[in-house]
Every structure is written in C-alpha cells, then in structure tokens.
Design a protein around this ligand. Structure first.
Ligand code: PGA
Length: 248
C-alpha cells in the first residue's frame, strides 16, 4: 500500500511572520499520521516554518532548488542549503516555473537528479495545457515530460520520487479535473513508469493530483486507484487544508 502524500504549495505567499502563524494554526488540524503531510513554502519561510512545525507531523519542503552545488548563481538556493535546514521534499518543474522562469524538461531532469543525490524527495510536476487537452495530445505530452524528467534516474531512485500531475487549466482556476480525468492520466503515468522501469517501480511510485483541490473534491480524487494524494495551492493556505489532509 502506498502511503498518501498531501502537500501544500504556498507559492509566493506568506512572509516569515505569517508563515509561523499559518503553521501554528494548521498544526492541530493536519495531525494525521496515516498520510505524509508536507508544506512547501517560500525559501525565506523554510527555517521559521521548520521551527514552528517542530514536534508535529508536518514536513517542511521547498518550492524550488538549483541543480548546482554552489557558486556564482545569484538568487538561487542550493540542495545543501535545503538539507542543512532539514528539508526533505522539493517541488520541481511546477508549471508556473516552466511558464514564467523558462524551466524546460532538461532543467527539471537536472534538478531531479540533484535532489535525489542529496536525499531530497523531488515532487516532479507535469501537466498539459487546455490547448493540448483539446488537441488530444495530453498523454503524449505527459509521457514526454515524465520520461525526460526521469532521465538517468535508476528504478530504485524512481520508486521514491513523487510525481504531481497538475493540468495547467485546473491550477488556480477553480476548475478541478473530473475524478475520471485525473485518474485516467495518473494511471497512464504509472503505465509509463512500468514501461520505462518495471511493475514494482510503478507500484511504488507515488502520483499526486493537483489543480484546485479543495475539501469537497479531495475525498473522491484521493480514493482513485492511482491517485496517491495531492499538491494543493490555494486551499493549503486555509483551514481547509486540515479537511483535505483528513479527507476520509
Ligand atoms: P491550486 O494550485 O490548488 O491553487 O489550483 C495547485 C498547484 O499549483 O500546485
């Protein structure tokens, strides 16, 4: 049985002071050891959020990371900086980073490899645009993103990776993919993993759905055979996140 992983993606929200307040508010609401709970927060919030989350089941994650060890990369954050702060998860290749910051599948792949090298679990994002869905190329596109993102990743390493399927048209729009649409793509991603690696790796890898997940839609989505939790944006900043984590 795969353990569900429910991660909040705070995006560019919450100052360090606000981050501490939010962690303190959500701490009792997300106390559920049956699932892995992760708050992916802005870099400057990592340390205060980590401190506030001490003694709870909340894991603090990052929203991004660079693929070099250190050096002249002004403004970037290194994997060692994250691990030193206690970070165990990092979101890689979110569609907003792809769209606004030019992240390609090749960059995503470099970041995934570097995170794994440092013992940080990548939450590798993929997802099609509305245009691609309407053109009927969703599966081809997702397969390409997943295959390139995992180049050079061994089966053993891939088993520990988290993939977040987030259709771009469902992010922040209030338009959740239907349960069937979400399950269909997550199942296809698992099939793709089985082809690239093997059945055991496909059975182990965790695949999240993301895109306007809320307390109402979470139970059905997370009950699907191939959906192992969610990556939650807007609703992770509210009390709702407690309900999402306790979706059963
Ligand atoms: P949303 O964001 O839940 O606000 O749609 C999800 C995400 O981008 O990870």
């Amino acid at each position: 049985m795969r353990k569900k992983i429910i991660a909040g993606n705070w995006k560019m929200n919450k100052t360090p002071t606000e981050a501490v307040a939010l962690v303190n508010m959500l701490k009792p609401l997300v106390a559920n050891d049956e699932v892995d709970v992760v708050f992916c927060v802005p870099a400057i919030d990592i340390i205060p959020a980590m401190e506030a989350a001490k003694g709870s089941n909340i894991n603090i994650g990052a929203e991004n990371m660079y693929y070099e060890e250190s050096g002249a990369y002004t403004g970037e954050i290194s994997p060692a900086m994250l691990t030193d702060a206690g970070v165990k998860y990092v979101v890689i290749g979110h569609s907003e980073r792809r769209e606004y910051f030019g992240e390609t599948d090749t960059i995503v792949n470099k970041k995934v490899l570097k995170a794994i090298e440092h013992g940080i679990t990548p939450i590798m994002c993929c997802g099609e645009s509305l245009e691609q869905r309407e053109q009927g190329v969703t599966m081809d596109f997702i397969r390409q993103q997943v295959k390139i993102g995992l180049q050079g990743v061994t089966a053993e390493q891939a088993a520990g990776v988290v993939i977040a399927y987030e259709p771009i048209w469902a992010i922040g729009t209030g338009k959740t993919a239907t349960t069937e649409q979400a399950q269909e793509v997550c199942a296809e991603i698992r099939k793709c993993i089985a082809e690239v690696y093997d059945d055991a790796t496909a059975a182990a890898i965790r695949i999240q759905y993301g895109g306007s997940v809320n307390a109402k839609t979470a139970p059905d989505l997370f009950a699907q055979a191939d959906i192992d939790g969610g990556l939650v944006g807007g609703a992770s900043l509210k009390e709702d996140f407690g309900k999402i984590v306790n979706y059963k």
